[in-house]
Design a protein around this ligand. Structure first.
Ligand code: GLY
Ligand code: MN
Ligand code: MN
Length: 446
């Protein structure tokens, strides 16, 4: 495993500059970080920083608010954060404090977040635009409007200008986040490598009689061993559970003869990976399982081939739909002319989701899929998943010998200048590679 990469400070500064340029020199940009959420009494949910905030600051403490004030002489990047507090730090951990925010996180100025109500209205004065994530959090919207009210009151007495244009932070920022620069691709390759190791570990550990949560524990072990967290709850579904798209109960016993579908990925400093592999609990694909698997694999490969600059967002999906529909006909599940079956969406009971999504700091990452009403073109730096599947669950009419088979294969794919890079290429995917990986695991147990 390569050393864990980080986003260099210069890149963070360039992100803030790009955002300020997009919002304009007369804007004040306010970016709230995530706050801690109580689970019960004095226990909190694990803290995860807000992705927009993390992207611009790399600051992982709760309760912080970043402000960008283009052209401000005393400094454009202002970070409000928790103040140092020996008593609280004894109980809940270290804090950078305003000094640390300046020394270690590149803030031009920093203040205790408890002082923000006194300071923020002054920063808003004489700005034309307020740019913030309006409508994301009701409590924060109220605070924004409270600060605006204070400026309005001062304006009545002193003639300062009150911001009168309001822009969604997402509008200016998410297009930037969609295009991954080289340091981000390094982060994503790192996350992909760890997740690949986790899937291998699961394949090698799996055997009939284990529970889904025991296999999930192998995945979690590998994530944590490398200092990462799950980017989303792991889906570990044996047999028919593999046909439940977001199955996260992970409670059942794995049976010989069933397939196991695992959709799991870690995040490294927020950067997500998202891999699905499907493999036989007992180590060998049975006849019909193998047929279904090969159809999904062919569809996935064809869809990945369609990931290249100039193609449209929808092309990999259309390719996958064609291949899966052809496969459903070959399996005897559908009958009729291929184009008509696609037109009628006859595949929908067996393939009911889309073929992918943007991937980045959020597992379902930000960025528009359509521009001007049409599917956008793929461009270098975009990263997406390619994840076709076929599911023969209890709610669809299906031949008996296919029932309970659920297969999804998911890789993370970056658009490059002349095609694509599969970040998760090393994760076993062919029938032969999976069976060999599982056989290695079984040999190690003997
Ligand atoms: N892991 C969630 C998804 O594949 O979209
Ligand atoms: Mn996905
Ligand atoms: Mn997934």
């Amino acid at each position: 495993m390569s050393r864990a990469p980080q986003i260099p400070a210069g890149e963070l500064a360039r992100r803030r500059q790009r955002l300020m340029r997009a919002a304009g020199g007369d804007a004040l940009i306010v970016i709230p970080g995530a706050v801690e959420t109580t689970r019960n009494r004095d226990v909190e949910y694990p803290f995860r920083q807000n992705s927009d905030f993390l992207y611009l600051t790399d600051f992982e403490e709760p309760d912080a608010i970043a402000v960008l004030a283009p052209g401000r002489e005393a400094g454009e990047y202002i970070l409000f954060c928790r103040d140092r507090d020996p008593k609280m730090e004894t109980w809940t951990g270290r804090r950078a404090g305003p000094e640390g925010a300046m020394e270690r996180f590149g803030a031009d100025c920093a203040f205790p977040v408890d002082d923000i109500d006194e300071i923020l209205p002054g920063l808003l004065e004489n700005r034309r635009e307020l740019c913030a994530p309006f409508g994301r959090d009701e409590g924060f919207d109220r605070r924004l409007f409270g600060w605006l009210q204070q400026v309005r009151r001062r304006a009545a007495r002193s003639g300062v200008r009150v911001p009168h244009e309001f822009a969604a932070l997402e509008h200016h920022l998410h297009e930037q986040r969609l295009f991954k620069k080289a340091p981000e691709l390094k982060m994503m390759r790192h996350a992909a490598a760890i997740s690949t190791g986790a899937h291998r570990r699961a394949m090698q550990a799996c055997r009939p009689g284990m529970t889904e949560y025991q296999v999930a524990a192998e995945i979690t072990h590998e994530f944590h061993r490398h200092g990462t967290e799950a980017a989303y709850p792991s889906i570990v579904g044996g047999g028919e559970n593999g046909c439940i798209l977001h199955y996260i109960e992970n409670r059942d016993v794995l049976r010989d003869g069933d397939l196991l579908l695992i959709d799991a990925g870690c995040e490294h400093r927020g950067y997500a990976s998202d891999i699905t592999r499907t493999f036989p609990v007992g180590g060998r694909f049975g006849g019909r399982q193998r047929e279904v698997y090969e159809i999904v694999l062919d569809a996935q490969r064809a869809a990945i081939d369609a990931v290249r600059p100039g193609h449209h967002w929808n092309d990999p999906h259309d390719v996958a739909v064609r291949e899966l529909t052809r496969g459903l006909r070959d399996l005897g599940v559908l009958e009729g002319e291929l184009d008509a079956l696609i037109e009628d969406e006859a595949y929908r009971p067996f393939f009911m989701h889309r073929t992918g999504h943007w991937l980045g700091l959020d597992v379902h990452d930000v960025g528009d899929y359509r521009v001007g009403g049409v599917w956008r073109q793929l461009e270098p730096g975009m990263v997406m998943t390619v994840e076709p599947g076929l599911y023969f669950g209890p709610y669809c009419e299906t031949p008996e010998d296919l029932r309970g088979i659920g297969v999804r294969i998911e890789d993370d794919v970056a658009v490059t200048r002349d095609g694509h890079e599969v970040l998760t290429e090393a994760c076993p995917k062919t029938v032969e590679a999976i069976e060999a990986c599982m056989a290695d695991g079984a040999a190690g147990r003997r």
